[in-house]
Design a protein. Structure first.
Length: 453
């Protein structure tokens, strides 16, 4: 295999992205059992203890440069982020441990000194030294804006962050701490514990499913009984009213004629508002919508594209019918399945209403980040490169845009679909009828920044 670097390769950037899940797994296997570990929550990686204390960690790849040299932008940007988050109340600096993880090993005199200091007076003295050194450094360096923000912040807050700060920059291989922590005997015991928990959870889930089916059966019986009782009460009410009218009518021919006219009008109105006809129309409408959705679904990334769909009106959910087995959407799982069934069903509803004269349903849809199922990325920073997506994921997202495009063309200008998404024109650019209206990056936002001032 050639050792030459190919054009477009991004080993350094990939290591930066890949570090976070590696460090996440390290804390998952090393933290106390009742702690919660987060990825891109309070920081790159964070550990939240039951007593309210927090550990936040920034992960840095050092394959191309030294991110912890004395005036490195990434170093001071990290401290600025911690100061900013503490000022916003995202975490309490006095209860938070701050970690900066760097691999491969790098060093920096300033960051090492900050990591070693614990005495508040010594920290204050060192910060004063930094201020003096800072005055001798060009003010237009990339780190300047971060240093200025740190020096302008509440000094007691900065001292607290430095006191709780530690540098971790000795791992040549980021996987080494994982292997050092893993013990085969512990793994076997943990595997047995997790398997027991899983079996117990499956058992409880099966019991819940059985209870749901029993409640559904009972619910159908109760509804039928209530309907029969309601029909009887209505019949008795009409009978009592008829007897009362008969007793009052007597031999009055004029009143009898009026009663006959009213009875004829009642029959006419009943023909219009027959409950049976209403139920029949609803069932026919749902059957047509389900059929439309079934024709759209094979064009999306669904696991069972040929299985029939049943829309449950009372619960506003979907059942997938496979032979003699019905499965609720929540029983099937998979984000791709959920996306495919929701998109096909909402497009089917719109096509049905567009075919109906005088309907009151607005002819537009809004989808928020349909590609998130395939590309669950965090918001990009200023210097982040574009994320590389797998071809099969791009194909799946393109299916969504293509299905939406097909429906808008079929509607002939009567349907508008708004899609808010991270996916750029490389994914949907050549799909007919898909137009870019606005792109929000950096200071260009949906809510303009000057509105907030």
């Amino acid at each position: 295999m050639s050792s030459k670097k190919a054009t477009g390769s991004a080993a350094g950037q990939y290591l930066g992205y890949a570090l976070q899940p590696v460090r996440l797994f390290y804390y998952l296997i090393s933290c106390q059992r009742d702690a919660v570990v987060g990825l891109e929550h309070a920081d790159d990686v964070s550990v939240h203890m039951p007593d309210g204390s927090v550990l936040v960690e920034q992960c840095k790849s050092a394959t191309k440069s030294n991110p912890i040299s004395d005036w490195a932008e990434e170093l001071w940007k990290t401290f600025n982020i911690w100061v900013d988050n503490a000022e916003k109340g995202i975490y309490d600096a006095s209860k938070t441990q701050f970690r900066l993880y760097v691999t491969p090993p790098k060093s920096g005199k300033t960051v090492q000194k900050l990591s070693d200091l614990t005495d508040e007076a010594e920290i204050e003295s060192f910060i004063q030294e930094l201020v003096k050194k800072r005055s001798k450094v060009a003010s237009d360096t990339k780190s300047s804006k971060h240093l200025d923000a740190i020096m302008a912040a509440d000094r007691s807050l900065v001292l607290q962050i430095v006191r709780n700060f530690k540098l971790i920059a000795s791992d040549k291989d980021p996987l080494a701490p994982l292997f050092a922590h893993l013990d085969p005997d512990k793994l076997d015991r943990e595997q047995l514990r997790l398997r027991t928990i899983a079996e117990e959870s499956v058992g409880r889930l099966n019991n819940v499913r059985m209870q749901i089916r029993e409640l559904e059966r009972r619910s159908d019986e109760v509804r039928a009984e209530i309907f029969r009782a309601d029909q009887i009460e209505r019949y008795l009410g009409r009978l009592e009213q008829a007897i009362s009218l008969y007793e009052r009518a007597g031999e009055d021919a004029e009143l009898n004629a009026e009663i006959a006219d009213l009875q004829e009008r009642i029959l006419t109105i009943r023909g219009r508002i027959s409950e049976h006809q209403i139920r029949s129309k609803i069932q026919n409408a749902l059957a047509e919508i389900e059929a439309i959705a079934g024709r759209i679904l094979p064009n999306l990334d669904a696991e069972w594209p040929d299985a029939a769909i049943k829309f449950i009106l009372n619960d506003l959910t979907i059942k997938v019918v496979q032979g003699t087995r019905d499965d609720y959407l929540w029983e099937i799982g998979s984000g791709a399945n959920w996306l495919a069934y929701h998109v096909s069903m909402t497009l089917a509803f719109q096509r049905f209403f567009l075919q109906s004269i005088g309907h009151a349903v607005p002819n537009f849809l809004v989808y928020d980040q349909p590609s998130q199922v395939y590309f669950p990325q965090s918001p990009r920073g200023e210097d982040d490169d574009e994320v590389e997506w797998h071809n099969e994921d791009i194909i799946a997202v393109r299916k969504v845009f293509s299905a939406v495009s097909h429906e808008t063309k079929k509607a002939k200008g009567s349907l508008q679909v708004i899609i808010l998404d991270h996916a750029d024109s490389k994914v949907w650019g050549d799909i007919e009828n898909v137009k870019l209206v606005e792109e929000w990056r950096d200071n260009e936002k949906l809510v303009p920044v000057d509105w907030l001032s």
